[in-house]
Design a protein around this ligand. Structure first.
Ligand code: OGA
Ligand code: NI
Length: 341
């Protein structure tokens, strides 16, 4: 069965069939995107005067980025450049394989569609696959076997990204004035770890389509690796779309809804989208660190006082996801959990 509608593996010119065309008021309006971005770039080596307690310059920078953007680049993050490049190449090779149906059961391939009122579903200009990951347990027997290096490369990448998440969660906790391990404990001993690879082929008309429509990630935090030299990711800042252009040897760190709730609204979940471009294909790999369904989420008690009443009620992550599936994108899921001021 042919699963790649974009025919990544050969050079057939792509055409924009009508089922990819967005309604006029949902188009990305690319001329309105600001030309350059001021997204923070944070150097994780900026830690030399850090004693591991209280705010350090690094903690303050991260905290400011989490408040103002909910997204930032990190450099000198400790994951070797060669490993990142190898990971992107096995992911790319996985797209080209022709035997997706014979692959591991945990591997999901899909092409996203979006519902808009009053019209047929519109296809997104994107091909996605996802599977779980883990940084401590041996999960590699669950991973794809194609290309042959996939398991080995991905397992090493997952181990490194696991360490990075520990570090980030600790820095973000301290940015909230909390103990190092606070967020990790609150997200739970058994987080739901998933990765998502996004492939965006060159698009004949980027003004008419979208790679991923605007959204907030629903979990807690993501580490995104994107190929260098190809733009596509954008975030909303003060009502304007800003490009998050790839920074060499950097990851994009993306805060999602559960961090906004746990921080009682101090840190933002970032609203973002991926647009397409005409000449170059784009590939990104998101590693997601989410609560499992049983985890109870609510504003962390230490952040609540008379001046800072809770902005959200408590819920299980399962309930959050149920609301998401029910709302079908009509409004932000988080609004269903807001408490009156
Ligand atoms: C996502 C996402 C952005 C990108 O997978 O949730 O927002 O750059 N990806 O592909
Ligand atoms: Ni996203």
């Amino acid at each position: 069965m042919e699963m790649t509608p974009f025919q990544l593996a050969n050079n057939t010119p792509l055409s924009l069939s009508p089922n990819f065309v967005l309604p006029v008021n949902k188009r990305p309006n690319l001329l309105n995107v600001l030309p350059s971005a001021s997204i923070p770039i944070i150097d994780l080596n900026d830690n030399n005067i850090d004693d591991g307690q209280g705010p350090s310059p690094l903690v303050s920078k991260i905290s400011q980025a989490c408040e103002e953007y909910g997204l930032f680049h990190i450099i000198n993050h400790g994951v070797p450049k060669e490993l990142c490049q190898k990971t992107l190449s096995v992911v790319r090779a996985q797209y080209v394989t022709k035997d997706h149906t014979k692959q591991a059961k945990v591997l999901n391939y899909y092409q996203k569609v979006q519902k808009y009122e009053g019209i047929e579903k519109v296809k997104m200009w994107n091909e996605t696959f996802s599977h779980p990951w883990h940084h401590t347990e041996d999960f590699t027997h669950l991973l794809p076997t194609n290309p042959p290096q996939y398991r080995e490369v991905f397992a090493e990448y997952a181990r490194k990204i696991g360490e990075l998440f520990d570090r980030l969660l600790s820095l973000i906790s301290r940015g909230l004035g909390l103990e190092n391990d606070c967020l990790k404990r609150r997200i739970g001993e058994r987080p739901r770890l998933n990765c998502q690879a996004n492939y965006y082929p060159p698009c004949p008309d980027p003004e008419l389509t979208i790679g991923l429509p605007e959204h907030n990630d629903l979990g807690s935090i993501a580490v995104l690796l994107q190929v260098e030299g190809v733009t596509g990711l954008q975030v909303i800042k003060d009502g304007k779309w800003l490009p998050v252009d790839p920074v060499p040897n950097a990851f994009v760190i993306n805060l999602a809804d559960q961090i906004q709730v746990l921080s009682n609204g101090k840190f933002q979940s970032v609203r973002h989208r991926a647009v397409t471009n005409k000449l170059l294909p784009r590939l990104s790999l998101g590693m997601f660190y989410n609560p499992n369904y049983d985890t109870v989420i609510g504003p962390i008690e230490d952040l609540i006082d008379e001046e800072h009443p809770p902005k959200y009620r408590k819920y299980s992550f399962k309930e959050y996801m149920e609301v998401f599936y029910r709302q079908e994108g009509k409004r932000r899921v988080i609004e269903a959990f807001e408490l009156p001021p």
